[in-house]
Design a protein around this ligand. Structure first.
Ligand code: G3P
Ligand code: CA
Length: 269
C-alpha cells in the first residue's frame, strides 16, 4: 500500500491548548500562548476575526465586552462589536485585567503578532475562523497573512497548521483556495454525510459528548482530501476522566483549557 494509506494515529492524542492555556492566562492573548509553551504544549487553538479597518485579530467573541475594558473606555459604542472598532482603538484596550489583575495591559493580538509568537516558541496552530460569514473574504486574507509569515511552506503545511470553522462553506472556501492546507470542520455531521465532508476537510471536530467510539470509528473509516485518514479533535475537555474517555474512544486530539491536566491524563492511557 502507498505510505499515505497507512493510518498513523496520534497515540496518545495530541493536546491542544484552547484559546491558549486559557485556564491560566487570558484567552487568545500572547500570555496564553506563552503559558501553553511553558507547560510544554505545542498545539494552540485560537479564533480569528477582523477589525473595522480590515486587520485580522485574535479574539473569540464577536463583541469586545467580555474580555476587555471596552465598555469603560468607549461607553457610547454599544454593542461593542469587533467589526466596529479599528485596530488602533482595539490596541488601547486591556485584554488581561478581566481575567486577573496580574495580566493588566495584555493586548488583543493581531494574527501576525500571534503567528510570530508561535514561531518564536516553536508551536503549532489550530486556527479557527470565527463567524466568517460576518467577514466576507476572511479566508483569502487569512491565507495571505499565513503566507506572508512563512506559515504556508512545506513544513507548516505538512504538520504545523490546521484551519477549522463551524462554517462549512468557509472551510470549503479555504480548501478551494489552497487545497494543500489541512482543514477541520467543527461539529458533528451525520455519519451518512461524512463522505461529502471528506472531500474538503481533514478533520471532523465534535463536542466531546459526541466523540463516542462509534462516531470516531465512522470518521476514521474515511480518507480526507490528502488521502489520509480523517482525524477527530474534540473540545472542550477540562478534566482527566473525560480526557481518558475520549482517548479510549480513539480521538486524535483533545482541545482543552487545561493542557497540563489533559496531557498528563492521556499519557497514562
Ligand atoms: O476548537 C474548538 C472550540 O474552540 C470551538 O468552540 O466557542 O470555543 O470557539 P469555541
Ligand atoms: Ca475556538
Amino acid at each position: 500500500r502507498p505510505q499515505s494509506d497507512v493510518r498513523k494515529p496520534h497515540r496518545p492524542p495530541l493536546t491542544v491548548a484552547h484559546r491558549g492555556a486559557s485556564a491560566y492566562a487570558p484567552e487568545n492573548t500572547l500570555a496564553a500562548v506563552d503559558k501553553a509553551h511553558e507547560l510544554g504544549i505545542d498545539w494552540v487553538e485560537n479564533d480569528v476575526q477582523r477589525t473595522k479597518d480590515g486587520e485580522l485579530v485574535v479574539i473569540h467573541d464577536t463583541t469586545l465586552s467580555r474580555t476587555t475594558d471596552v465598555e469603560d473606555r468607549f461607553p457610547d459604542r454599544s454593542p461593542w462589536k469587533v467589526s466596529d472598532f479599528t485596530l488602533k482603538e482595539m490596541k488601547t484596550l486591556d485584554a488581561g485585567s478581566w481575567f486577573d489583575p496580574q495580566f493588566k495591559g495584555e493586548k488583543i493580538p493581531t494574527l501576525g503578532e500571534y503567528l510570530d509568537r508561535l514561531s518564536r516558541n516553536g508551536q503549532e496552530l489550530l486556527l479557527e475562523l470565527k463567524s466568517p460569514s460576518a467577514y466576507p473574504g476572511i479566508e483569502r486574507e487569512t491565507l495571505g497573512e499565513l503566507r506572508q509569515k512563512g506559515w504556508l511552506d512545506r513544513r507548516h503545511i505538512r504538520s504545523r497548521l490546521i484551519i477549522q470553522s463551524f462554517d462549512k462553506s468557509s472551510i470549503q472556501e479555504v480548501h478551494q483556495q489552497n487545497p494543500e492546507v489541512k482543514t477541520g470542520f467543527l461539529g458533528t455531521p451525520k455519519v451518512g454525510d461524512l463522505k461529502e465532508y471528506a472531500k474538503f476537510t481533514d478533520q471532523i471536530n465534535p463536542t466531546y459528548t459526541d466523540a463516542t467510539k462509534t462516531y470516531v470509528d465512522a470518521v476514521h473509516a474515511l480518507k480526507g482530501p490528502h488521502h489520509k485518514t480523517l482525524e477527530v479533535f474534540t473540545w472542550t475537555v477540562n478534566d482527566a476522566d473525560t480526557a481518558r474517555k475520549v482517548a479510549d474512544a480513539g480521538v486524535d486530539g483533545i482541545i482543552t483549557n487545561k493542557p497540563d491536566v489533559i496531557s498528563n491524563a492521556v499519557q497514562r492511557t
